[in-house]
Design a protein around this ligand. Structure first.
Ligand code: IMP
Ligand code: MG
Length: 419
């Protein structure tokens, strides 16, 4: 029983998103009742148009019901009784919602693009629902506008894993488009470097394009980089050789972060390093340990590839050991699987996003969107951003582009409505 529990917990729970799984289960019922797989070999039955309009109506009704349940949960949040909402009873892992979600409209929007209700064999999937939730979130943000701050993860969100943001990356004109409208941008990445030059190397395509653009100087200042999750802050500076300047800690550090003791930082990283070394030895990993000021990690030797299972095992062991240490209860940290490395950072992306909000004068969570690829509940580093703001969960840089185009399109529709 114990080992069964461990398999269920360690290999399954952290790899599922309960809200998405729950919605998927709700949509499975109309799929079973309305999809017509026999039509493929019995063409005299319902046409695909008749079938899809029935299925679409039922899917949309369910999404409206979930939308209302989230509104009810938000009302409970306001009364301080969020743990008693119906949604909380049904999906115990749900956290804070910073805005309502326009799930009904978002479903119709995505159905026009993904033809979910036209499908006879493939039920609404995890990815369908993840994308509907993203659309619902940006619809609420744009309609409740203005969207003041967008923070982005780096690897897998703005560029491919381990790569850099080059000048031909199609995300650049989209980011400049947001900045032109006055939206603030924060790049909240785990990549932790103390020198501006290292960030210039990773982000030069964007920094050069912003510098060369005709965007007014005041708006150009609206780009910052929060590195090492929440450890180093740089702002755009056209007159610096690396186009970035270190921001003094007093301009962005939150009061609580001032209480993080250096001795605790060292103690936590020592425990994490020992745990990583132990796993490297036990699992015979060809790994190099990297120890930095505010992080410790393992990277593969000679560019080889770690198995996914080895990465997950390493992260779960290190997380557990740190959770059980007393310093791990005093100091926030983030242990995550970076795709082909494992890192433990001091702080996490909730602090990174909150630091951006503070730097820009106190922007609220309901006016901030964090876009990232790592939203599983263990071993993922964007997950913690959910404590600070609304989020969009993308699976590739191409999806980030789609999301930014969606924001621009919805914004245009909203402007037209207001004219
Ligand atoms: P993100 O996706 O932008 O958060 O970047 C995560 C990746 O940054 C990791 O997978 C590592 O490859 C890389 N990285 C470089 N330095 C650090 C560090 O100090 N902490 C964590 N990740 C780092
Ligand atoms: Mg990432």
């Amino acid at each position: 029983m114990t080992s069964r529990y461990r398999v269920e917990y360690a290999l399954k729970t952290h790899r599922r998103d309960q809200l998405i799984e729950w919605i998927k289960g709700l949509l499975a019922v109309p799929f079973v009742l309305h999809s017509q797989p026999t039509a493929v070999f019995e063409p005299q039955g319902e046409t695909v148009d008749q079938m899809s309009s029935n299925a679409q109506r039922r899917y949309a009704e369910i999404m409206k019901d979930v939308e209302e349940m989230i509104k009810d949960h938000i009302a409970h949040q306001k009364n301080g009784t969020h743990d008693r909402s119906k949604l909380k009873l049904l999906v115990p892992s749900v956290g804070t919602f910073f805005t309502p979600l326009q799930l009904h409209d978002a479903f119709l929007w995505q159905d026009q693009r993904r033809y979910i209700s036209f499908r006879r064999f493939v039920a609404p999937s995890f990815n369908d629902i993840r994308l509907i939730l993203n659309t619902a979130q940006v619809m609420s943000l744009v309609r409740g506008g203005p969207l003041e701050l967008v923070t982005f993860d780096g690897d897998v969100t703005l560029y491919d894993d381990g790569q850099s943001l080059m000048s031909d990356n199609p995300v650049i004109p989209r980011l400049l488009g947001l900045m032109r409208k006055g939206t603030k941008i924060g790049i909240v990445t785990a990549a932790g470097y103390t020198e501006a030059h290292r960030y210039y190397e990773r982000l030069h395509g964007l920094l050069d394009a912003l510098n060369a653009s005709d965007i007014p100087l005041a708006l150009k200042q609206n780009l910052i980089v929060l590195g090492g999750e929440s450890n180093y802050c740089f702002k755009f500076a056209g007159d610096s050789p690396d186009l970035l300047k270190l921001v003094p800690k007093k301009e962005w550090l939150l009061d609580e972060m001032l209480l993080w003791e250096e001795s605790d930082v060292t103690e936590l990283l020592d425990i994490a390093e020992a745990s990583l070394k132990d796993t490297v030895k036990n699992m015979r990993l060809q790994a190099t340990i990297i120890r930095k000021d505010r992080a410790v990690g393992i990277v593969p030797q000679d560019g080889s590839k770690f198995h996914r299972e080895a990465l997950e095992e390493t992260v779960l062991i290190t997380q557990k050991i740190l959770d059980m240490s007393s310093v791990g209860r005093r100091l926030p940290f983030c242990a995550f699987n970076g795709g082909n490395d494992v890192f433990v950072d001091i702080g996490d992306k909730s602090w990174g996003v909150m630091a951006c909000q503070r730097f820009f004068g106190g922007i609220e969570g309901g006016k901030t969107l964090h876009v990232g690829d790592q939203f599983l509940s263990a071993g993922a580093n964007d997950f913690k951003a959910r404590l600070a703001c609304t989020t969009a969960w993308i699976a590739s840089p191409a999806e980030t582009i789609q999301l930014l185009d969606e924001i621009a399109e919805l914004d245009e529709l909203q402007q037209r409505k207001q004219r």
